[in-house]
Ligand binder design. Structure first.
Ligand SMILES: [Ca+2]
Ligand SMILES: [Ca+2]
Ligand SMILES: [Ca+2]
Length: 385
């Protein structure tokens, strides 16, 4: 190996290692968990009276001793779960719109104002927390207009005109282009990740499907309930199965308690499952569980692609399939460093500047030096020694 090649390889390894460290964010914190049957021992084909809130893992030394159970109206039915894309099983709850069935309970909405915050009689410190989200699995039996999960009128998921729609900020509706197929499982997540300016976004099966609400903030309405199977005003009833509703919080309280930042790879259950989501092989752009030349081809094809949904840059399974390995919604130098590192580790030839021909950047070496210059001083010092 000539000296120039050796320097280049060393820089790639150092810089890629730095990028790995940069992309490892603490994830969000699960704060409510409605398993839909398991906690109360529901059995297939029996009626639901109340579905119990399951304890979440210890948060800041506090065990979850505050159940926020959901009360059923008009007897929805426990159903054995079959065919979920992540292989999930157990029990879920089926609703029949014609019988006006739903579940309702205390909302999360603005976590600071929710029943979970100590200032509201709860067990956690949530003062200052407004970033939050929820996710669940759903198998609609009808594609009619209906509400599936509504956490007040500020955060929700509906089916509208045969497509999934996100609800955010006083019942504003953001229609996706994902057509709902009846009797098919979907994973849906709605998250307000990072302040009012980030708005809200919805993922369906790990694909960012809607985004919006960046110009204003949602309202703090804790009077309106959380409903599953209908809208909060007990209309728009849903038909189908809902399973495993998880609610989480993000950000740092006024007292400095950090609940973490949204991390698509871990905070989206579809992506986090190695069955339905990211296979976990470094550099595996095609996500088939193997690192090979096809991943280089896919990366080169996706180079400098930016994933925009309603104008918002979002990382998802689609951006990752275009080479967005660090999951920031764009395939660029940081992803290149991750891929080169993986290719070197696997003994596969790296991507050359010529492979990325036609892009503005002059050479891979310059790109790497630029990345090095952006590193923290501490790391640059150790890299020189
Ligand atoms: Ca369940
Ligand atoms: Ca692959
Ligand atoms: Ca990226």
């Amino acid at each position: 190996m000539n000296i120039r090649r050796r320097i280049l390889t060393t820089l790639i390894v150092i810089a890629a290692g730095m990028c790995v460290a940069d992309s490892t964010f603490a994830n969000g914190t699960l704060i409510r968990w409605h398993k839909m049957g398991e906690e109360e021992g529901g059995t297939n084909n029996t009626a639901v009276g109340t579905t119990l809130d399951s304890p979440v893992p210890i948060i800041d030394g506090i065990a979850d001793i505050q159940p926020l159970d959901l009360t059923a109206a008009n007897a929805p039915t426990y159903r054995t779960i079959v065919g979920r894309p992540d292989g999930g099983g157990g029990i879920g709850i089926e609703f029949n719109a014609a019988s006006s069935q739903n579940l309702s309970g205390s909302s999360l909405n603005w976590p600071q104002q929710s029943a979970l915050n100590a200032t509201e009689g709860g067990i956690y410190d949530l003062t200052g927390i407004a970033d939050r989200g929820f996710q669940f699995w759903v198998r609609p039996t009808s594609t009619a207009d209906q509400a599936i999960v509504m956490d007040t009128l500020q955060h929700g998921v509906r089916i509208k005109s045969g497509k999934f729609a996100m609800v955010y900020d006083n019942n504003a509706e953001y229609l996706s282009n994902i057509t709902v197929a009846a009797n098919t499982w979907y994973h849906v997540e709605v998250v307000r990740p990072a302040g009012a300016g980030s708005g809200s976004r919805m993922y369906v099966n790990g694909i960012a499907a809607a985004a919006g609400g960046t110009s204003s903030d949602y309202a703090g309405d804790q009077v309106t309930p959380l409903t599953v199977g209908s809208s909060p005003d007990n209309t728009q009833y849903f038909s189908g199965i809902v399973d495993d509703l998880r609610m989480f919080v993000l950000g740092t309280t006024n007292n400095g308690l950090n609940y973490g930042a949204f991390n698509f790879a871990t905070d989206n259950a579809f992506a986090a499952s190695p069955i339905s989501g990211i296979k976990g092989v470094a550099g595996d752009v095609t996500n088939n569980g193997i690192l090979d030349a096809a991943d280089k081809t896919a990366f080169i094809a996706g180079w400098m692609d930016k994933r925009l949904v309603n104008g918002v840059q979002i990382a998802d399974m689609q951006s990752r399939s275009q080479g967005d390995l660090n999951l920031d919604g764009i395939t660029n130098i940081q992803d290149l460093l991750l891929l080169q590192n993986a290719l070197i580790g696997a003994g596969i030839g790296t991507i050359t500047a010529a492979d990325l021909g036609g892009v503005p950047e002059p050479t891979t070496l310059v790109l790497l030096l630029t990345a090095m210059a952006a590193m923290p001083r501490r790391f640059r010092r150790s890299a020189r020694s």
